[in-house]
Design a binder for this molecule. Structure first.
Ligand code: C2E
Ligand code: CA
Ligand code: CA
Length: 793
C-alpha cells in the first residue's frame, strides 16, 4: 500500500505553499511569463502611443516651421525677382544715359545732315551691342529719329507719353507694347538728354527692349517652373505676363483671370496695390493650396506678383514631415512586430513549459498542479451549482504492483485515468496526483447521487480485465467534501484535505462503504488532532502520560496473576484522563508513538527493577505494546536491549506485544525481528489475533511465545457455537505450537469457565480487573496472590 501519510503531506505542503503564493501550483517560469505577458501589452501600447504623440507633435511643429519656411521662401523669391528687375532696368537706364551724354546737343539730326553721322553711328552701335531692338533720339519738340532692323526712320513723337515724360526730366520704362517694333512686343526705355551743367532738357534718348528680356528675369527665380511670376501695375494690368503653361487663362488683367479669388482676397490685393504694399496670401484653387506674394517695384507703380502651389514652395519641409511620418510609422510597426514576435516565442515556450508542468507523465493527462488551477477557475465561476471535491485511491495498490507486476499496475492506472476523463462532465475537473491517487471536482445534486456515482465508477475499476481475469478486484476508496454545505470560503487545498480525512475514515473503518463524505464530527476530530499534536511533546516532558497496568490471570492455576500489560493514559490538566484510543492512532500517524513507546518501556523497566526485583517480589511478566512504526526503526532492538540491560532485567520478564496487522506485508522482516527479540531475552506475543488478517499459517513460520486472542472472539454473535469451535481450535493449535494463549476483553465468568475448559492459559479482562495505575498494582498483586486466590467474580 502507498504511504498515504506521505501523500497527505505532499498535498498539505502544497496547501501551505499555495497560501504563500498568490497562484498555487504555478511553477516559477510560468508565473514570470504570465506577469511578463500581462504587462507587455500595456507597455507596448504605451510606447506606441508615446511614439505616435511624439510623432504627431513633431509633425505639427515641422508643419509650423515648414509654413514659416514656405512664407520666407516665397518672399525671398519675390524679392530676388524685384532686385533683378530693378537692377536690369537701372542698368538699361545707365546705358541710355551714357549714350545720351555722347549724343551731341544739336537736336535731332535731319535725314540729309551728314554732320549727324557720328550720332547715328553711336545709335547703331548701341543697337548692335545691346539687346535693344530700336534706339532713337527725339528733340525737345518731339521730332525723333530711330534706328532698327528696318533702317533709319524719322517720326513725329511729340504725343508719345514716354517722350513727354522723358522730356519732363524722368527716366521712363513703358508697359509692354504689342507688336511695336518689327512685330515684337517691347518695352521702351527713355532718358532725358540734359545739357551738361544746365537743367535744360533738349531731347530724349530712347530704346526698345523685347518684353522677353524682362520675362527672362521673372522666370529666372529660385522656383522657376514651379510657380508663376508676373509684373503688374497697380490696377492689376499685366506689364509682363508669365508664359508659364500654368497660366491657362487669357486676359490682360490679373483680376480678370479665371482664378476664383473670393471678394475679400481680391479687395485686399487691390487695396495693397493701390497703397503700394507688399503682402503674402494663401488661396485654395482647384482643391490645392497656393501661396501668393506681391511686392512693389521701384519702377512706375509696378508690382512683382508671384504665385506657386504650397507643396512646391515648401518641398523641403514637406519632405522632412513625410520622412518623419514614415520613420515614426516604421518605428511603431517594427516595435509592434518585435513585441508580437516576443509574445509568440513566449507563448510557444510557455505552452511547452505548461505541457511539461501540467501533464502527468504516466497517464498523459492533467496532473495535480493543473487540477488545482482548473478547479479554482471553475469554482470561481460556479453559480448555483453544487460541487464536491473528491479524493480517491486504490486499496492495496502496492499489492497489484508486486503481484501482477509494475506494467500491469501502470496500465491499470492509465485505464483508470482514461475512465476518469470519460465520466468527466462539462464543468468538472480531474487530475492524477501520484501513484494511485486521483482528485476531482464533481457536480452533484444530492449526497445520494454522488455516492451512487462513486459506487458505479468503483465497479468499473473492479473489472479491470488484467486483474479481474486473475480473480482480483481492485478496490477504490474515496472521500468527498461537499462545498455547498461548507461554512465560509475554504482554500481548495483545505477542501482536499478534508476529502482525504473522509476517505481515510471510511477506508480505516473497513466496512462496505467506499465513499466517505466529510462531516462535522470529522471536523471536530481534526481539531482535536491538531490540538493533541500541538501538546504531545510538552505533555511527555511534563509527565502527563501515565502507565496503567492490567493484570493477566492464569485460569488454569487458581486465577493467579502471571503478568500485566502496560497501557498508557494521558492525564491532561485541562482535559482530564484521556484514553489511548483517542491519541494512539494519531501518534502512529505522526510518528510520536516511537518516542512514547520507548518512554513507556523505559519507565516499566525502571519500575520493575525497583518495585519488583529490588523488593524481592515474586517475578511476573510485564508486557508492553510495540507499534508498527517503532518496530520498523533500525535501532529498535539495540535501544530496547540497552534499556533492559541498564536496568538489569533478567530474560523472560518482559513481553513485547506486536499487533497482528503488523505482520501483513512484512512477513520476512517481522520473522527476523521476533527471532532477534527472543534471542535477547524478550518474550513475544501476537496481539489482537483474530481482529484483522488472521493467518494461522503465519504462526507456523514465526515463533511467538504467546497468542493473544482479540476480544472480538468473545463478543456475543449469531452463531456462538461456531465461534466457540473456532476459538477452541485456535487454542489447540497454539498449544500444539508451544504457544501460551491469553484471551482479551473477557467480561463474564461464563467466558472464563468456557476458556478454561478449552485449554486457554490466561485471561485479561474486566471480569477480574480493569487496568489500574501502576502505583496501585503492587498492592493489588500482593493481595491477590496472597489472599484466598479468589475465583472469578
Ligand atoms: P490492546 O493492546 O489490545 O489493549 C487492551 C485493551 O483492551 C485496553 O484498552 C484495555 O483497557 C481493554 N480491555 C481490557 N479488558 C477489557 C474488557 O474486559 N472489556 C473491554 N471493553 N476492554 C477491555 P486501552 O487501555 O484503552 O488501550 C487500547 C489500545 O491502545 C490497546 O489495545 C493498544 O493497542 C493501545 N495502547 C495502549 N497503551 C499503549 C502503549 O503504551 N503503546 C502502544 N503502542 N499502544 C498502546
Ligand atoms: Ca496489547
Ligand atoms: Ca490486544
Amino acid at each position: 500500500m502507498l504511504n498515504n501519510n506521505f501523500l497527505l503531506q505532499l498535498i498539505r505542503n502544497d496547501v501551505s505553499g499555495s497560501r504563500k503564493k498568490k497562484e498555487p501550483g504555478r511553477i516559477g517560469t510560468i508565473g514570470f511569463s504570465k506577469i511578463y505577458i500581462n504587462h507587455i501589452y500595456p507597455i507596448a501600447v504605451a510606447v506606441s502611443l508615446a511614439f505616435s504623440f511624439l510623432g504627431i507633435g513633431f509633425i505639427l511643429i515641422a508643419g509650423h516651421l515648414s509654413k514659416i519656411d514656405t512664407v520666407e521662401n516665397i518672399q525671398t523669391a519675390t524679392e530676388q525677382i524685384k532686385f533683378a528687375i530693378e537692377e536690369y532696368v537701372g542698368k538699361e537706364f545707365e546705358t541710355l544715359m551714357t549714350a545720351a551724354i555722347l549724343v551731341k546737343k544739336n537736336g535731332v539730326p535731319a535725314e540729309d545732315n551728314t554732320d549727324k553721322l557720328t550720332d547715328r553711328l553711336i545709335m547703331a552701335s548701341f543697337a548692335n551691342y545691346n539687346a535693344f531692338v530700336r534706339v532713337g533720339i527725339s528733340d525737345n519738340a518731339g521730332k525723333a529719329i530711330w534706328i532698327d532692323k528696318g533702317g533709319i526712320k524719322h517720326r513725329e513723337m511729340s504725343d508719345e507719353p514716354f517722350i513727354i515724360s522723358a522730356l519732363s526730366g524722368k527716366q521712363v520704362i513703358t508697359e509692354t507694347k504689342k507688336n511695336a517694333v518689327n512685330g515684337m512686343d517691347v518695352n521702351f526705355f527713355a532718358v532725358p538728354i540734359i545739357e551738361s551743367g544746365k537743367n535744360n532738357v533738349y531731347g530724349v534718348f530712347f530704346a526698345a527692349n523685347p518684353e522677353d528680356e524682362l520675362r527672362r528675369i521673372t522666370e529666372h527665380s529660385m522656383y522657376v517652373g514651379k510657380g508663376i511670376c508676373h509684373i503688374v501695375d497697380a490696377n492689376g494690368n499685366f506689364i509682363v505676363k508669365s508664359n508659364s503653361p500654368l497660366v491657362l487663362a487669357q486676359g490682360n488683367n490679373i483680376f480678370n483671370l479665371k482664378i476664383p479669388l473670393d471678394e475679400v482676397t481680391e479687395h485686399s490685393i487691390r487695396s495693397d496695390f493701390q497703397a503700394g504694399r507688399r503682402n503674402y496670401l494663401e488661396i485654395t484653387f482647384s482643391g490645392e493650396k497656393r501661396m501668393i506674394a506681391y511686392l512693389p517695384l521701384n519702377i512706375n507703380n509696378w508690382f512683382v506678383f508671384y504665385a506657386a502651389p504650397e507643396n512646391l514652395v515648401s518641398t523641403g519641409a514637406n519632405n522632412i514631415t513625410k520622412g518623419a511620418i514614415i520613420i515614426i510609422c516604421s518605428a511603431v510597426l517594427i516595435f509592434i512586430f518585435l513585441i508580437s514576435l516576443i509574445h509568440r516565442i513566449n507563448n510557444t515556450s510557455r505552452k511547452a513549459l505548461e505541457t511539461v508542468a501540467f501533464t502527468d507523465p504516466l497517464t498523459g493527462k492533467h496532473n495535480y498542479q493543473k487540477f488545482l488551477l482548473d478547479a479554482k477557475e471553475v469554482l470561481s465561476k460556479s453559480r448555483g451549482v453544487h460541487y464536491a471535491v473528491c479524493y480517491s485511491d486504490i486499496k492495496g495498490f502496492k499489492y497489484i504492483n508486486d503481484f501482477f507486476g509494475r506494467d500491469v499496475g501502470d496500465r491499470l492506472l492509465q485505464y483508470w485515468s482514461d475512465f476518469q476523463y470519460e465520466i468527466t462532465q462539462s464543468g468538472e475537473v480531474c487530475g492524477h496526483v501520484y501513484g494511485d491517487i486521483f482528485v476531482s471536482l464533481r457536480k452533484y445534486h444530492s449526497k445520494q447521487e454522488i455516492e451512487t456515482r462513486f459506487e458505479s465508477t468503483a465497479r468499473r475499476l473492479m473489472v479491470y480485465p488484467e486483474t479481474f481475469s486473475q480473480g482480483y478486484k481492485a478496490e477504490l476508496f474515496g472521500g468527498a467534501y461537499l462545498i455547498s454545505e461548507s461554512e465560509g470560503n475554504l482554500e481548495l487545498s483545505d477542501m482536499l484535505d478534508r476529502a482525504i480525512t473522509a476517505q481515510k475514515e471510511v477506508k480505516n473503518a473497513g466496512g462496505t462503504k467506499r465513499l466517505g463524505i466529510y462531516t462535522e464530527e470529522m471536523r471536530k476530530q481534526k481539531l482535536w488532532e491538531t490540538e493533541v499534536e500541538s501538546r504531545m511533546e510538552s505533555a511527555l516532558e511534563n509527565g502527563e502520560f501515565k502507565i496503567y497496568l492490567q493484570p493477566k490471570f492464569d485460569i488454569q492455576h487458581d486465577n493467579s496473576i502471571i503478568g500485566a500489560e502496560a497501557l498508557v493514559r494521558w492525564e491532561s490538566p485541562e482535559k482530564g484522563l484521556i484514553p489511548p484510543c483517542r491519541f494512539i492512532h494519531l501518534f502512529e500517524q505522526n510518528g510520536f508513538i516511537i518516542k512514547l513507546d520507548r518512554f513507556i518501556f523505559e519507565t516499566i523497566c525502571k519500575w520493575y527493577r525497583v518495585d519488583v526485583l529490588d523488593n524481592d517480589v515474586p517475578r511476573y511478566i510485564l508486557s508492553v505494546n510495540v507499534s508498527r512504526l517503532g518496530l520498523m526503526q533500525p535501532d529498535f532492538i539495540r535501544t530496547y536491549m540497552t534499556i533492559k540491560d541498564l536496568n538489569a532485567i533478567p530474560d523472560g520478564c518482559i513481553e513485547l506485544e506486536f499487533t497482528e496487522s503488523l505482520v501483513f506485508g512484512n512477513h520476512k522482516l517481522f520473522q527476523s525481528i521476533v527471532s532477534d527479540c527472543r534471542q535477547n531475552g524478550f518474550l513475544c506475543s501476537m496481539d489482537d489475533f483474530g481482529s484483522g488478517y488472521s493467518s494461522l499459517n503465519l504462526l507456523k513460520s514465526i515463533h511467538m511465545d504467546v497468542l493473544k486472542l482479540d476480544g472480538l472472539f468473545f463478543k456475543p454473535c449469531e452463531d456462538t457455537e461456531r465461534g466457540q469451535k473456532l476459538v477452541k481450535n485456535i487454542i489447540a493449535m497454539a498449544n500444539s505450537l508451544d504457544m501460551k494463549t491469553v484471551a482479551e476483553g473477557i467480561e463474564t465468568v461464563d467466558q472464563v469457565t468456557q476458556l478454561r475448559e478449552i485449554g486457554c492459559n490466561a485471561v485479561q479482562g474486566y471480569v477480574f480487573s480493569k487496568p489500574m495505575p501502576i502505583g496501585d498494582f503492587c498492592q493489588f498483586f500482593r493481595q491477590w496472590n496472597r489472599n484466598a486466590r479468589p475465583r472469578e467474580r
